[in-house]
Design a protein around this ligand. Sequence first.
Ligand SMILES: C[S@@+](CC[C@H](N)C(=O)[O-])C[C@H]1O[C@@H](n2cnc3c(N)ncnc32)[C@H](O)[C@@H]1O
Length: 214
Amino acid sequence: MSGFSNRDPRTPEFWDQRFGQAFTPWDRGGVPEQLAGWLNPGKAGSDPGVGPLGPTRTCRVLIPGCGSAWELQAFCEAGHDAVAIDFAPAAVVAAQQAVGPWRERVVLADFFTYAPPQPLDLIYERAFLCAMPREMWPRVVQRWADLLPEGALLLGYFYFDAAPKGPPFGADRAQLEELMSAHFTLEWDAAVEDSIPVFQGKERWMAWRRKKGL
Ligand SMILES: C[S@@+](CC[C@H](N)C(=O)[O-])C[C@H]1O[C@@H](n2cnc3c(N)ncnc32)[C@H](O)[C@@H]1O
């Protein structure tokens, strides 16, 4: 018997219970390699072949559904103006413990209502889309599109799988492309070599560029 009374991942309580009981199998405990390489493109050992070209200037970054927010520190230390949000109070506490000096950049907020104080250049995605039932995905894509101006980037890790039950809820490649195509152009798509077990062989490192208008 699990100790979880809430089975609805659309609610903060679902995630609060899992963080509260330290049941977080999606948590990587660190920064994925391709993101680290993208953030530090000139650094010895980083491979420019692993992803889209790295940033050439400071980016205003949002990390929705950040969980422990391991990537927040990496974005900030690379010089970016990053904020991580999560709607589960226990996730925010976990993130504030994980990110050290950047704890004030972790905000308790719902992705669907959060208004960034300034226009964004980039949204970072990992295990957020797949945390939500597929019927919510059109809303998620619309929100990404509303938050990102033309030319801005949606960058991160996308999970592909056909299992009906989740989370994680995997994407179907053709369906994701169709859903995204109204607002985004796929700019980069690469295999991931350092996945944790739950995502092994099923996640892709992708960059989607916000199209004009719409
Ligand atoms: C599977 S976890 C992934 C956490 C993190 N991105 C990672 O890679 O470890 C999904 C997270 O999304 C958060 N979340 C789900 N729906 C949300 C929403 N509408 N607004 C903000 N956070 C949300 C949950 O609280 C949870 O922390």
